[in-house]
Design a protein around this ligand. Sequence first.
Ligand code: RP5
Length: 178
Amino acid sequence: RVEEAVVFPAALGESDDLGPVVGVVMGSDSDWPVMRAAAVALREFGVPIEVEVVSAHRTPDKMISYGREAAARGLRVIVAGAGGAAHLPGMLASVTTLPVIGVPVPLSTLDGLDSLLSIVQMPGGVPVATVSIGGAKNAGLLAVRILAAGDPTLTGKLEAYMQTLAQQVEQKNAALQA
Ligand code: RP5
């Protein structure tokens, strides 16, 4: 576990010159195999990120200070993944004004349905944008879209990405006709 944790930045390529603008956090390093897809998606769009284990239950003080300090440190979006009693995304949303995207991480018991319900049922006034069970890639892409709303360069990259998706469908259609 610890060995996996220390290779987070190395696994994702070069370090960032700019400070991170998206925090990818998770309740345990055991969530990393799922959460990695969010980090990869953000990196592919050139978004500077940081990756951190922040546990709502094992490191509650760290969780609160992470949420409280995130905006002042320059973060603009938080992607938070957790499994089981998945309180991390909601608790972060309760102590920051930043948009928080929650990723329900599937565990071996209950297949992630418990994680989904823990994250999605937020009380009125404290929103968390919840993606599908294990949907870390879309969480990363949603963070890119949030940032792109004020960034024409990033919007252009998203348009190109969406054209690629459409082309891939047409290529598969052509293969079906062959
Ligand atoms: C949650 O407990 C974590 O997000 C993780 O999904 C789950 C299990 O954690 P470990 O026992 O594998 O560290 O807080």
